[in-house]
Design a binder for this molecule. Structure first.
Ligand code: PHE
Length: 367
């Protein structure tokens, strides 16, 4: 058997999830991968990430790891959904022109799973893309635009939750939640980052931003915000580091360089390995686990579109993320464990009380 098969076998066998669906989209050369990590708390839910990957194995690995984080995210938020994720792994050469049809074919696959997996936006997809996926994937597609009957982009409520998390972190570190005069370094001005920045500025924080897209950098420059070169992120002194780009940014190399007091951001899977939580603790840097602080978007769009939450109810749930952050930081301190371990423990307690996988009768459908 060749190396690729061995890799894919190992990824799926060593993963603790329930199911991986792979589909070769012949017309585009893309792969659709749907990883359902856990249905203990409800149907598997998670965004659709769309980008190129070096291999199918890399795409499957990403989907599986991101799906696991969704399980912990919903459990930590005490929200009735399981964890899943989809990846549309684009071929190296690809025509944007075919995007709507590609998304529609993906939507057909989602609908054929009959609610075992429900989707929403993630890196590389938007509310507008959800509208297109929804034409074939409804009612299992969340986060469509208001014009198409959805609750709109999940980025603003995600940013709001991260903001409350940063306030709770600042209160933990400095004794008061005020951001005035605090220096916050935001890595990535994508969907969530560009929503978080004005919130931080409005609260009086000094904001530094790092972004790899030259078009976005140019736009940021006109606002007068300090731009940090992507290579300088870990070494830049700041109070709070907010990773809002891709995962794996907290690793052996970067942690050794960090000059921040605390970390709270929207990116999924910020820790490169499980040991990195201990490395951060050893350096005295307080890390707010990503899955605790970045659930605002997912719970808002599904809460509003499937559970009938009012905007005020959704806001209260997002605000409660700050309380969970406080609880996790206190528990880690009291038990002498990493914040990551404390947060996982909280999520695992909820998962342990739930029925066995697949036993859950609930189907969630968007309005
Ligand atoms: N990108 C979101 C996240 O990681 C996923 C999501 C958004 C899921 C909206 C459902 C609805 O949390």
């Amino acid at each position: 058997m060749d190396n690729t098969n061995v890799q894919i076998e190992a990824i799926i066998r060593h993963w603790d999830g329930e199911l991986v669906v792979t589909h070769a989209d012949q017309l585009s050369g893309a792969w659709f991968v749907i990883a359902v990590h856990s249905t203990r708390l409800g149907p598997g839910a998670g965004g659709t990430r769309m980008r190129a990957y070096p291999s199918l194995a890399a795409a499957i690995q990403d989907a599986c790891q991101l799906a696991r984080s969704m399980t912990y995210k919903f459990a930590a938020a005490d929200f009735p959904l399981g964890g899943a994720k989809a990846v549309i792994a684009l071929p190296a050469v690809w025509e944007q022109r075919g995007r709507p049809e590609l998304l529609q074919r993906f939507g057909t696959l989602v609908r054929r799973l009959r609610g075992l997996y429900v989707t929403g936006p993630d890196v590389g997809t938007s509310a507008t893309d959800m509208d297109v996926i929804g034409t074939t994937g409804a009612p299992y597609v969340f986060g469509r635009t208001a014009a198409a009957g959805g609750s709109g982009s999940s980025a603003p409520p995600t940013a709001m939750g991260v903001f409350y998390g940063i306030e709770a972190l600042v209160a933990h570190l400095f004794g008061a939640p005020e951001l005035h005069g605090r220096r916050v370094l935001v890595q990535g001005a994508g969907g969530v980052g560009q929503d978080l920045i004005p919130r931080l500025l409005a609260a009086g924080a000094e904001v530094l931003v790092s972004e790899i897209d030259p078009v976005v950098v140019q736009r940021l420059q006109t606002t007068g915000i300090a731009i940090i070169h992507p290579d300088q992120v870990s070494g830049t002194p700041c109070d709070i580091f907010a990773p809002c780009a891709l995962g794996g940014v907290l690793n052996r190399e970067t942690i050794a360089q960090l000059r921040c007091r605390g970390i709270a951001g929207a990116a999924n899977n910020q820790l490169a390995t499980a040991e990195d939580a201990e490395r951060l603790r050893a350096r005295g840097i307080v890390y707010v686990p990503d899955f605790v602080v970045n659930s605002g978007g997912a719970i808002t769009v599904v809460g509003v579109e499937a559970l009938g939450w009012s905007p005020a109810q959704a806001e209260a749930k997002v605000r409660a993320i700050g309380d969970t952050v406080r609880q996790v930081l206190q528990r880690a301190e009291a038990d002498g464990v990493t914040t990551d371990a404390a947060a996982r423990q909280l999520a695992e307690q909820r998962l342990a009380q739930a029925p066995t996988p697949g036993a859950h009768p609930m189907v969630i459908a968007s309005r």
